[in-house]
Design a protein around this ligand. Sequence first.
Ligand code: MG
Length: 249
Amino acid sequence: MIVLKSAREIGLMRKAGHILADVMDRLRATVKPGLSTLEIDQEVEAFLAQRCATPSFKGYRGFPATVCVSINEEVVHGIPSAARRIAEGDIVGLDLGCIVDGYHADCAFTLAVGEIPVNVQKLLDVTRESLDLAIKECWPGRRLSDVSHAVQAHVEAHGLSVVRAFVGHGIGRALHEEPQVPNFGDPGRGPQLRPGMVLALEPMVTMGSWEVRILDDGWTAVTKDGSLAAHFEHTVAVTEGEPEVLTRR
Ligand code: MG
């Protein structure tokens, strides 16, 4: 069942989303070569505590950290570690959620650290653009798979691949609610979007094949062929009119 949210509930999710937007701004400024991914996690956890928000991921099905940090061929769910340091030229996926008064928001972006090749910048740009196109589909009356199709069409037009194993999701009192939001599929299918639906849209895109595998840590998803991957995510509320991106200031 897709749970519609009231204006009050969306207000709480907006509050959570704006805290995440602030975290993302800080990460853009602070993630530098030499920093360990555990240091990133600790800083974000302290910042959320200052803002009276609870991390969504820590303890979720046993995930041990506040932020998922996924570098280069890692697609999603990378576990922060003192041993893993950011290097010049890395692309770093940073994914986190937080809870305010029982309501979640979820967002992610992939950051280029220093100079990266033109084709890797294109991976980042196309993935972010595909998320923007997905958001533009979130009007009442559109079908869920219109959102999915917008991502796939843009990504594949640029010769890149959409990951199939992980999908976006409804969000609210739970981090993952119905419906699932794949980043691929034909348009015009699935439930109609209605005001009060809140969706975490999150294209994951690779430069090679879309196949992934999970590392022995039980969490980190990497591309099977070792190609680079990018991930962008926003929490988006369907309204009577224009979609509202709750994780953007
Ligand atoms: Mg998510």
